[in-house]
Design a protein around this ligand. Structure first.
Ligand code: URA
Length: 210
């Protein structure tokens, strides 16, 4: 599992995550923290992007300066909570293409069913970063990644704020080729599928719903 999972141990990530976990953190602050933490997680999940050089002229001399070599990035948000991670990521990667996948759980089969998908073209040639704050059972994440692979995506990463061991194991079993970056690996899921200690329902906390 070690290669498959990266925990963003940066002190700012850990401090902000603690504030987000607190039950009395109000919606506006939760949203602001999520935006800030998303920027830090974007930094972490893109740290192995390849560089090449371009010839530029500074006010003093010419130089070969580092620039991103590609591939181009696609960010795919799993609705609705994934959208909370998008804004901060786009602050750092403004030229990324963005896709959305909506899934609900069929009450009979308990399997994720797609109700919405809008994806950028050319996923075959992009690095695709799937974003969802809470990797809980991993069922919807695994289904979203399967769908992206069916549409041609090959170079896929998964980014979340909190992960449960159950979700990490599910993703490792279904998609061992997809590395996961998370802010923390929590203890477990409870019988309602919430991550413990967790932060509650991420969508409700970021949008102020209940
Ligand atoms: N989704 C959430 O929003 N919170 C959890 O704890 C698990 C899944």
């Amino acid at each position: 599992m070690a290669d498959h999972l990266t925990i963003a141990t940066h002190p700012l990530v850990q401090h902000k995550l603690t504030l987000m976990r607190k039950a009395d953190t109000p919606t506006a602050q939760f949203r602001q923290l999520l935006r800030e933490i998303s920027q830090l997680l974007a930094y972490e999940v893109t740290r192995d992007l390849e560089l090449t050089t371009a010839r530029i002229t500074t006010p003093l001399v010419e130089m070969d300066a580092p620039v991103l070599a590609g591939p181009k990035l696609a960010l795919v948000s799993i609705l609705r909570a994934g959208n909370g991670l998008l804004d901060g990521m786009l602050d750092l990667i403004p030229s990324a293409r963005v896709g959305f996948i909506g899934l609900y759980r069929d009450e009979v089969t308990l399997k994720p069913v797609e109700y919405y998908a809008k994806l950028p073209a050319g996923l075959e040639t992009r690095r695709t970063i799937v974003v969802d704050p809470m990797l809980a059972t991993g069922n919807s994440s695994a289904a979203a990644v399967s769908m992206l692979k069916a549409k041609g995506a090959r170079d896929i990463r998964f980014l979340c704020l909190l992960a449960a061991p159950e979700g990490v194991a599910r993703m490792a079993q279904a998609h061992p080729d997809v590395p996961i970056t998370t802010g923390a690996l929590d203890e477990r899921l409870n019988d309602k599928g919430y991550i413990v200690p967790g932060l509650g329902d991420a969508g409700d906390r970021m949008f102020g719903t209940k």
